[in-house]
Design a protein around this ligand. Sequence first.
Ligand code: SUG
Length: 415
Amino acid sequence: MAVVEINFDGIVGPTHNYAGLSLGNLAATANAGAVSYPRAAALQGLAKMRHNLALGLPQGFFVPPPRPDAAFLESMAIGPGADPALVAMAWSASAMWTANAATVSPAPDSAHGRCHLTVANLRSMPHRSLEWPHTLRQLELAFAHPTFRVHPPVPHAFGDEGAANHMRLCEQHGAPGVEVFVYGRSGGPFPARQHEQASRAVARRHGLDPARTLFVEQNPAAIAAGAFHNDVVAVANARVLFAHAEAFADPAGTYAAIAAAFPALELIEVPSAAVSLEEAIRSYLFNAQLVSLPGDEMALIVPRECSESPAVSRYLESLVAGNGPIRRVLPVDVRQSMANGGGPACLRLRVVCDPAHVDPRFLLDERKADTIARVMARHWPEQIDPGELGSATLRRAVEAARAQLLEALGLQILG
Ligand code: SUG
C-alpha cells in the first residue's frame, strides 16, 4: 500500500473539563469554571473523525490516558482540601489535543529512511507535562513496526509542544519534504512554549537534511494576542502554506527561506485588513485541517465558529471563489474542545506512512466508530462541574468509562 497521511485524533476523555489551566490560551481562560459536557465533547470529536472517513481519508485515533493521574496526586501529596487547580491538573483531559503529542518526520525526510516520532515534553503547562509517559507507551504500541522510530521527549529544560509548531511542505506526502519548525522567544505576557533548542534537537534526532529543514520564529505579538501554538495562525499541506500575515516574526524572510528550500511553494497569506489577528485567533480560522482529498483537490476543515465571524466568512467565500489550490471549506462542530482552545487541527496528529505498518487497533472504520460511540453514550459523564473534580464517585465513574473503552478496542494493555 502507498504511503498516505493518516490523522490520529485524540479520543476526548471522560474527565473533559474547564479549569482555566493554560495561561495565554484565551478561550480556556475565558471558560474557566464553566460546566463541561464530556459525552457531547467526545461525540463531537468522533463525528469529526467520521467526517474525514466519509471524505475518503484514512483515520486513526489515540485513547485517553488514565485520569485522574494517580502518580501525580501521590507525588504532590494532593489530598482532601487541596488547591483546586492542582486537583484539576491531575484530572485534565488535555491529551485529546494530539497535535501536541509528538513531532513526526516521515521516512522520506530522514537520512535513516524511517518515520521518526519524538514525544513532546509539554513542560510549559503543569497539567500537560503529565501527558508524555502515557503518550510514549501508546506511540510505541501503535508504531512498533521497524519502519518507525519512537523517541522519548527531549530534556525538560527545553519546552517542546510537538507538531503544533511544525509544518511540512512536499510535492506529495510520500516524497521528501521541507520541514519548518516554529519556535517562540520568551518576553511577552504569556509563555513561549516551543523552545528553539528543542526543535533543533528533534530535527537532529530525526536525521533531517539541513538543506530541507528550517527554524523560524513565531511573531511575539501573535503569542501575546493568544496564539500559544503556531497552528493557531498557520497551517501547511503539500505545496500550500496558509498563514496569517502576522504569524511569523519576519514574514518576508520566512517565506523567502521556505521558497528557497521548496520552490513549488504556494503561499496563501491572509492580510490583517481582511482578518485581524484577534479575529483569526477568536475564530480559529488557521486551526483547520488542510487536507488533500482523493483526486488531489484540497479542502480546509474549519471549526463552525468561522461562520460566526463576518470577516472570516467573507474571506473564506473569496478564497473558494478564487482560483487557488483550496477548493472546499468544510465546517465541523467541535465546540466543547474549542472552548478550551482546541480546534480541529489541535485534535489530530498527522503521520505519513503505510497504514499496513500501523497497529490496526489504532485505525478507525465505521464499525469501530459505532462501537466507540456506544461506549461514550453509555459511560462518559454527561456533564462535569469543575467543583466535582476530586470526588470519589466521579473518579470511579471515569475510571470505569476508560476501562470500557480499552476493552471495546482490545487495548487493555494500556490500562
Ligand atoms: O495546551 N488547552 C490546550 C489546548 C491545546 C491546543 N492545541 C493546539 N493548538 N495544537 C492547551 O492550552 C486547557 C485545559 C484547561 O484549562 O482546563 C488546555 O490545556
